[in-house]
Design a protein around this ligand. Structure first.
Ligand SMILES: Cc1cc2nc3c(=O)[nH]c(=O)nc-3n(C[C@H](O)[C@H](O)[C@H](O)COP(=O)(O)OP(=O)(O)OC[C@H]3O[C@@H](n4cnc5c(N)ncnc54)[C@H](O)[C@@H]3O)c2cc1C
Length: 451
């Protein structure tokens, strides 16, 4: 068996196949395992560039963590986030009454970072997470902008939601796919229904276990790869997949050839579209692989030489500027140790058009202007763009308006002897759990064909 991609999906598929006695080789384009769970070992501590928080209902991730004895730590509480909006720096505690707050009516009580959740969580029309593909719900497969407007969101609220939304922008992303994710969160964590929280604002303080992998998320895929009997071939970018009769041949960019009975492709469609597949994918599957949309996230990590948050009290900052949001990350003892400037969607793609050194300068300069207390105290110590700096070529797959109806049911369907895993094939799970679940599902599909 050949597995393409050593992210959580590919590694879980490989472990599942091996547990049933199959011989597996994993081909990975990058020089590390883990894909979108990469960790940078910065001098101030491990910094996860991608997947981080393990939710309470992550059954498969928690199972593999337990089997491989990967140490977890409790996720630290979120650090307070102030606002720089409409040219004014405002403490989170002053937001509701601030002149910078141009939202309307009850929206005024909601922090900008929480507006997205406020509108998408309140009166979520989906009865349960699995219902997102029911024909009855197709009416919500419209843009987030249309959905929000229909629910009375002001123009200003929508402008602020566009900063945090994890799609290209609110004009293109499907409301239905987003409502599915929020319903899943609410299903697992009742307190997530509180509408003044930010989307992933529930925490260990709610009595649930949210965890991080000790020393960085990447330690988990490394343990998974270490537990495999078969090889994980790094630096093996797959170029072609040919299926003929009862065998599959895969070649990599350096000309290496691998023959197997089945392939599990566990790479995002943003990467798979560059692989030549013969016979070709057809119909909707071809369209989904070639044209589906993918979000991007660009992270810029900043060390600070001294605390700077006496000005408004909140170390983190939501902004309506080009640098979007600046999270403040705390260590196990709750001390803020690094800033994490987080741009997503079109803002991240836009920044990716600049040389990285210019992005770093822009982030530091912008912060010095909008938050003078940071002046002379910040230094960029790393950055990562998921569209630009990884073979995955995206942060995550997103359904645009109208695409749930077109593609939700075919994202994971097999083609010839190729089975598909990866978070883009998910149904109701999210993030790392979705990846792990998809790997297990694809492996079971292959096992069923072999039985
Ligand atoms: C910024 C960010 C924050 C996140 N935060 C969280 C979080 O807190 N909690 C959570 O649960 N999830 C989070 N996620 C999501 C989670 O990390 C992903 O859903 C998950 O890791 C995806 O795993 P995957 O195996 O599907 O894909 P990937 O991890 O992308 O694996 C695909 C692999 O395929 C390789 N590849 C690509 N093309 C080829 C090729 N042609 N040949 C060979 N190999 C190839 C890639 O290098 C990669 O290793 C986050 C993601 C990002 C980007």
């Amino acid at each position: 068996m050949i597995v393409i991609g050593a992210g959580l999906a590919g590694l879980n598929a490989a472990l599942t196949l091996e547990s049933q006695g199959f011989k597996v080789v994993v081909l990975e384009a990058a020089d590390y395992v883990g894909g979108r769970t990469r960790t940078y070992d910065l001098p101030v501590g491990p910094m996860n560039a991608g997947g981080e928080t393990i939710g309470p209902y992550y059954a498969r991730v928690r199972d593999v963590v337990a089997r491989l004895k990967v140490p977890l730590i409790p996720a630290p509480a979120r650090v307070g986030m102030g606002n720089y909006v409409n040219g004014m720096l405002v403490a989170s505690t002053d937001w509701a009454t601030s002149k910078a707050n141009r939202t309307a009516g009850p929206e005024r009580q909601v922090q900008p970072s929480a507006l997205e959740f406020y509108y998408l969580s309140r009166n979520n029309p989906l009865p349960d997470p699995g219902s997102w593909t029911d024909p009855d719900q197709a009416k919500y497969d419209v843009s987030l902008e249309t959905y929000l407007r229909d629910r009375g969101a002001s123009d200003e609220a929508m402008r602020l939601i566009d900063v945090s939304i994890n799609t290209f922008d609110i004009a293109s992303g499907s409301a239905l796919a987003y409502l599915r994710d929020i319903r899943r969160l609410q299903w697992g964590i009742a307190s997530s229904s509180e509408t003044t929280r930010s989307t992933y604002g529930a925490s260990s303080a709610d009595g649930f276990e949210f965890n991080l992998v000790k020393d960085g998320t990447q330690r988990l895929p490394e343990a998974m790869a270490g537990a495999l009997k078969g090889e994980v071939r790094l630096n093996h970018l797959v170029r072609t997949i040919d299926t003929t009769g009862n065998r599959v041949e895969v070649t990599t960019i350096d000309g290496s050839r691998f023959i197997g009975k089945y392939v599990i492709s566990a790479v995002p469609f943003s990467a798979l579209r560059n692989v030549e597949i013969r016979p070709r994918l057809t119909g909707r599957k071809f369209d989904a692989v070639r044209t589906s949309a993918h979000g991007n996230t660009l992270r810029v990590f900043l060390e600070f030489s001294a605390p700077f948050w006496d000005d408004i009290g909140d170390p983190a900052l939501f902004t309506d500027t080009a640098i979007e949001r600046v999270f403040a990350r705390a260590n196990e003892s709750g001390e803020v140790f690094i800033l994490d400037c987080w741009m997503n969607g079109n803002a991240a793609y836009r920044m990716d058009q600049l040389p990285r050194a210019q992005v770093a300068d822009l982030v530091v300069k912008t912060l010095a202007e909008i938050r003078p207390s940071t002046k002379g105290k910040l230094k960029v110590v790393g950055s990562h763009s998921w569209a630009k700096d990884s073979a995955s070529a995206c942060c995550r797959h997103v359904f645009n308006a109208g695409q749930v109806g077109l593609w939700a049911k075919i994202m994971g369907t097999p083609h010839e002897r190729i089975h598909f895993a990866g978070e883009q094939t998910r149904s109701i799970e999210n993030g790392m759990e979705a990846a792990a679940e998809s790997g297990e599902r694809a492996a079971i599909e292959v096992l069923q064909r072999e039985s």
